[in-house]
Design a protein around this ligand. Structure first.
Ligand code: AMP
Ligand code: MG
Length: 336
């Protein structure tokens, strides 16, 4: 099994717990799970439970496979309320809350458009105006209806396609961590590319050290790293996936208003108790842009965020109120 083949022991601080780490491909990316465990069998069990949860969530939430629960939903639920799994309902409900809060800037019904732009990134050829308009006509979060009491979903437009790529990895990271915690391992980190979820601190440390940004060291307003426990961290930006056309860089994050990728160079990192919140919020804030995105984050009682906006050679860095407080608290505990 890949997980076990790639599992290795890392040197740890003085403690009866040792650090174990394994990497497996899931959700179209590499997933790294790190645990502190007393021995190899305990680490194997903990890590396997995390990967198993991610594998099963991918079967529910993937928009890359036609037979996932998510992909099937928009064909079986046209004008008909269909019961869905708890996982799918939680993700859809969180997504719809964000769609309302952002007036549709965040929208998981953009599937037909995200698929079009995914193909464009593969071929290097941007979609035509006509193709974009046809895809946009099959989108709209108001055509997706959830019934929280019955846990059912209905769509009232045929040809819709859901894409929870903006929120699913964060959810999966925190859910994998919860599975590891339930098994009795209290210090672990799950990293699904830019989506991290962490539980208790490694032995002898005050938290897991997480990179906040990759700016040059002359930017001193915000530290490069922060130590966190019991949190999720998610980063959204166009560093990894984009399409360059005639000098313009289009992000994989789409602005529903233009039916095209964002062209602003904005990276948003969100810290929140659960990845469902952190991952949704980073994308929502990125689409809204710095000032409206920051306002959205400030409205969430448990979220903190860092915005890094590059315009030409200039970089503007903006921390939310809660992040500034977190940094001050970390500095305070470091100097004690
Ligand atoms: P993230 O990396 O978390 O920002 O998620 C990016 C992914 O979210 C994209 O690859 C698309 O699958 C999806 N997406 C793109 N634009 C939007 C949007 N405006 N609202 C919701 N999901 C989006
Ligand atoms: Mg996201």
């Amino acid at each position: 099994m890949a997980a076990l083949a790639s599992l290795f022991v890392l040197p740890s601080t003085a403690s009866e717990l040792q650090r174990f780490e394994a990497v497996e491909p899931h959700m179209g990316t590499l997933v790294r799970i790190t645990v502190y465990a007393p021995d190899l069998p305990a680490a194997r069990t903990a890590i396997a439970s995390g990967f198993a949860r991610i594998r099963s969530l991918n079967e529910t939430l993937s928009d890359y496979t036609a037979d996932s629960e998510l992909s099937r939903l928009t064909t079986v639920a046209v004008n008909r309320a269909v019961p869905v799994s708890d996982d799918l309902f939680r993700v859809l409900a969180a997504a719809q809350r964000l769609a309302v809060a952002t007036d549709g800037a965040f929208d998981i019904t953009l599937g037909p458009l995200t698929q079009l732009w995914r193909e464009a990134r593969r071929t290097g050829v941007p979609p035509s105006e006509a193709a974009r308009a046809a895809a946009a006509a099959r989108t709209g979060f108001r055509a997706l209806h959830l019934d929280p009491k019955a846990r059912t979903v209905r769509v009232d437009r045929p040809g819709m396609r859901l894409d929870v790529g903006a929120i699913g990895k964060g959810y999966a990271a925190s859910e994998a961590l919860a599975a590891i915690t339930r098994g009795g391992t209290s210090s672990a980190l799950v990293a699904i590319s830019g989506d991290l979820a962490m539980s208790g601190a490694p032995p002898g440390r005050s938290g897991w050290r997480v990179g906040l940004h990759g700016l040059d060291p002359s930017v001193t307003a915000v530290p490069q790293t922060i130590e966190l426990t019991h949190a999720a961290v998610s980063t959204s930006g166009n560093a990894a996936q984009h399409l360059d056309v005639a000098g313009t860089r289009y992000s994989h994050i789409l602005d529903p208003a233009t039916a095209a990728g964002l062209t602003d160079d904005l990276t948003v990192t969100v810290i929140a108790p659960h990845g469902l919140e952190a991952d949704g919020l980073d994308t929502a804030a990125a689409v809204l842009g710095l000032s409206r995105g920051l306002a959205l984050v400030e409205q969430q009682p448990a979220a903190a965020a860092l915005f890094v906006h590059r315009v030409g050679a200039r970089t503007e860095v903006q921390a939310s109120t809660r992040l500034t407080a977190l940094i001050a608290a970390a500095n305070g505990s470091a100097s004690r």
